[in-house]
Unconditional design. Structure first.
Length: 156
């Protein structure tokens, strides 16, 4: 039962996420966010790049800090994604000669893309809230109100 409900939610969320396609223009070619953001958590990568140039390990740290330790991202996930969005023209990389680190930062196209994507996500905020409320209700049904309160207190 849980798997079916959870699976149904995932399909529903994926459907909603797929509909949040923001178009970018790179060399006259349209690229949908879905092709760039293969998983919803990758939106966090772009958001963390808004804070300025960052190297991969530091980007992973920013994500972990922003999620209060709930998301730990492997470097095998970060670097392929960074290469993909750099190829699309949303970020640029520069190598620091002294530290030999590669720093990544949003291009002007990348900044516009993030703004557009956030605006579009905001338009669907109520849908996301309904899904979250549904998940929380299911969690409470399975594990009880006390357990739900304990989970909610962890994010404050």
């Amino acid at each position: 039962m849980r798997t079916a409900v959870t699976g149904g939610w995932r399909v529903s969320l994926r459907y909603r996420y797929d509909n949040l396609i923001c178009r970018f223009s790179t060399c006259g070619e349209e690229i949908g966010v879905l092709k760039l953001l293969r998983e919803p958590y990758q939106l966090l990568f772009l958001l963390m790049l808004r804070d300025g140039p960052v190297y991969g390990v530091k980007l992973a740290g920013r994500i972990e800090e922003a999620s209060k330790g709930h998301f730990r991202v492997s470097y095998g996930t970060i670097y392929p994604f960074l290469r993909r969005i750099e190829k699309a023209g949303l970020i640029r990389s520069t190598k620091d000669g002294a530290s030999r680190r590669v720093y990544y930062e949003l291009t002007s196209n990348g900044k516009h893309a993030v703004t557009d994507l956030l605006d579009e996500l905001d338009e669907h905020r109520e849908d996301f809230e309904e899904k979250m409320l549904g998940l929380l209700a299911i969690y409470q049904e399975i594990f009880g109100r006390r357990s739900l309160r304990r989970v909610l207190n962890r994010i404050e």
